[in-house]
Design a protein around this ligand. Structure first.
Ligand SMILES: [Fe+2]
Length: 288
């Protein structure tokens, strides 16, 4: 028994002890070491045969259980590696899609800026400031990401405004203003079929709306304007005043904030104005 149980190749073989009554101590030791059965001498051959069959049946059952346990383990290992592989592929295709989306957004954005060098960089600046305001207001990451994309694209509708009007020095006429003010609608029409995970077309459509309903294109009132559009409109106006425009020199961020603050609660959402103020005064925000 000692030798059988010490050998890894033999230790699973069932052992039946056949012994005389005087050898009981030795039988007890064998059973402690793992003997499966004991038959005292003299024995009936038919009984030994039955015990052998029973031991073999138990052994086969154990072997089967062990085999199916191993198969299950192997199966779950394969499953795990397949899930890992597919997750990796999914992540890669998501990353590639995200890159494509980002490149498309910038390509679209550059369409309008190529034609209007005076406002080159405007959309990127507005996007950057709007994100800083949104972050200051404690908005969730995903919503800030939507604001970032909407900011980069917010003036895309200006592709339909003649370049002479966009870069005209001095005051613009009423008709020229009417042409310019179509750009939120045009932007909406360009973007409405693109399936962004954020309401980009709607934000772009509303970026010139004002809280008191005096904005354009539809004069929507405060409760109908998306928070993202309210934030974007503050960033848009601050950037426009702070920077050089064809019809006047750059006025700087302090003047810009002063102007926007005067209209806080009338044109602009007070929380967004306050956050914008904090971004400049406490966070030392500078346009890239
Ligand atoms: Fe605009």
């Amino acid at each position: 028994m000692e030798r059988i149980k010490a050998d890894p190749d033999l230790r699973h073989i069932p052992v039946i002890i056949v012994s005389s009554v005087e050898e009981m101590d030795s039988v007890a030791r064998c059973i402690e070491m793992g003997a499966t059965d004991h038959l005292p001498k003299p024995f009936e051959p038919v009984l030994l045969h039955a015990r052998i069959n029973a031991s073999l049946a138990t052994k086969r059952l154990h072997e089967q259980q062990e085999l199916s346990h191993k198969q299950m383990e192997e199966y779950s290992r394969q499953l795990e590696s397949r899930v890992l592989e597919q997750t990796k592929q999914l992540r890669e295709s998501y990353e590639s899609l995200r890159r494509t989306q980002e490149e498309t957004v910038f390509a679209l954005s550059s369409l309008v800026e190529i034609r209007d060098p005076y406002t080159a960089g405007h959309q990127k600046h507005v996007s950057q400031l709007a994100c800083a305001i949104a972050s200051e207001m404690g908005l969730p990451e995903n919503q800030i990401e939507g604001i970032r994309v909407a900011g980069i694209l917010h003036d895309i509708g200006k592709v339909c405004v003649p370049a002479e009007i966009l870069s005209k020095p001095g005051r613009i006429s009423e008709i020229e203003f009417a042409v310019i003010s179509t750009h939120p609608q045009v932007g909406y029409d360009i973007l409405k079929t693109v399936e962004f995970p954020w309401p980009i077309a709607q934000i772009v459509f509303q970026h010139h709306e004002k809280l008191d309903g005096t904005g354009y294109p539809i004069g929507a009132s405060s409760d109908k304007i998306l928070l993202e559009a309210k934030i974007l409109s503050v960033a848009d106006v601050v950037e426009a005043i702070a920077y050089h425009r064809p019809y006047r020199p750059a006025l700087g961020t302090a003047t810009a904030m002063e102007e926007v603050s005067k209209k806080s609660g009338v044109h602009f959402q007070p929380e967004a104005v306050a956050a914008c103020m904090a971004v400049f005064q406490e966070k030392d925000f500078v346009f890239e």
